[in-house]
Design a binder for this molecule. Structure first.
Ligand SMILES: Cc1cc2nc3c(=O)[nH]c(=O)nc-3n(C[C@H](O)[C@H](O)[C@H](O)COP(=O)(O)OP(=O)(O)OC[C@H]3O[C@@H](n4cnc5c(N)ncnc54)[C@H](O)[C@@H]3O)c2cc1C
Length: 357
């Protein structure tokens, strides 16, 4: 069986690895000239780590990870620990995104990744799919996997009218900065006033990842640093503010949060979506990549040499569409939580569900 994967982000690379381990021949096409990872650090939850263990790279991932816990603090600084959930529901591993993608690219085999080659379109036939590429060439495969992110061109062809939409007023600012002399005794995640969330976490190498988000933000003014500082004032006037102040503006990433609308389908007979291309969601549940890694693992289990591709894709969709309806429901409960206590409780309810079901 031959597979073409579009996109060498975390989900495309993990899908490539899962398929190769299942004995499928894989070529990944990435339109960027290099393996890159937009973003700073990333929290991986137990379900993602279990997939990486299954794929034989769990130890290498943990070697670039820092075990961390997601406990929120209210605006008065009180740690919120909903009693109905255990420590395991809060635990995740923080990894630097670029190191993670490099590690995955090595595991897939760089000879199986074509950089600087974008997806232009596909033609589906009963027994194969032809993938047209931006360099004018084409590739024939048994299956095409669109792991090309929020603005997926594969999705645009598979599900017309499914363009990503702004999550109105929802913005995120983040950076990873080298040790800056600011003393951090512990990670801290805060729920502030005015729809803000944020905090800081230590990476495995001593660098610090800070993040600030705001729902229903007023229009943005000033530099990225000023925008982040303005929101941090609703969270903490101490370490978080100091970390942002110490960050050069060019290191600060800002995102208008984008969402993929719920899709009526994720597959055709020979084309399938995985990761953000299928379900880019609000990052207030910090689990988009973790859930995309589940997609990759499932495709690796279902697409096997000699197997029936349309049947495998139908089974994938039958599993994932209802799962994402549950994700959407649980995520909305967190987003609309009226108090910090309720935010912390619904958040733990989501992670408990994600790592146990
Ligand atoms: C602020 C923020 C914080 C987050 N924090 C977390 C977290 O802590 N934990 C977590 O699990 N998730 C988190 N997420 C979600 C996570 O970032 C995404 O779910 C994840 O990166 C999606 O990976 P992906 O591989 O599907 O897409 P991407 O990472 O977007 O990769 C898509 C790839 O496809 C390539 N591509 C695009 N179009 C084409 C084309 N036409 N041809 C060829 N290649 C193409 C792109 O260049 C890119 O390399 C966060 C998101 C945000 C915005």
């Amino acid at each position: 069986m031959q597979a073409v994967v579009i996109g060498a982000g975390i989900v495309g690379l993990t899908t490539g690895l899962a398929l190769r381990r299942a004995g499928v021949e894989v070529t990944i096409y990435e339109h960027a000239p290099e393996i890159r990872a937009a973003g700073a650090s990333l929290g991986l939850w137990a379900n993602a780590l279990a997939v990486f263990d299954e794929l034989g790279i769990g130890d290498r991932i943990r070697a670039i990870g820092k075990p961390s816990a997601m406990y929120f603090h209210d605006p008065a600084g009180k740690r919120l620990d909903p009693p109905e959930f255990g420590v395991e529901d809060h635990q995740f591993v923080l990894v630097p995104r670029s190191e993670l993608n490099d590690l995955l690219a090595d595991a897939v085999g760089r000879e199986n990744i074509r950089l600087g080659t974008g997806f232009a379109g596909y033609d589906e036939h009963p027994d194969h799919v032809t993938v047209r590429l931006t360099d004018g060439s084409s590739a024939a495969a048994d299956v095409l996997i669109g792991a090309d992110g929020t603005y997926s061109a594969v999705r645009a062809q598979l599900v017309p009218g499914s363009a990503a939409q702004e999550h109105a007023g929802h913005h995120a600012w983040r950076a990873v900065i080298p040790p800056s002399g600011i003393e951090l005794s512990e990670n801290r995640l805060l729920l502030g006033t005015h729809g803000t969330r944020g905090g800081y976490l230590l990476n495995y190498d001593g660098a610090v990842y800070w993040l600030v988000n705001q729902f229903n933000s007023p229009p943005l003014t000033g530099s990225r640093k000023q925008q982040a500082l303005d929101r941090a004032a609703f969270l903490d006037k101490g370490i978080l503010t100091d970390l942002i102040a110490a960050t050069p503006d060019e290191l600060i990433l800002h995102n208008q949060i984008m969402l993929v609308p719920p899709l009526p389908r994720w597959v055709s007979e020979r084309v399938v979506l995985a990761g953000d291309s299928a379900h880019a969601m609000s990052p207030h549940i910090t689990a988009g990549a973790t859930l995309g890694i589940e997609d990759a693992a499932l495709l690796g289990r279902l697409l096997v040499p000699g197997g029936d591709v349309p049947e495998a894709l139908a089974a994938y969709e039958a599993s994932q569409l209802p799962r994402y309806a549950d994700v959407a429901r649980l995520s909305a409960a967190v987003e609309h939580a009226p108090t910090p206590e309720e935010f912390a409780r619904t958040y733990a309810a989501f992670t408990h569900w994600m790592i146990t079901q």
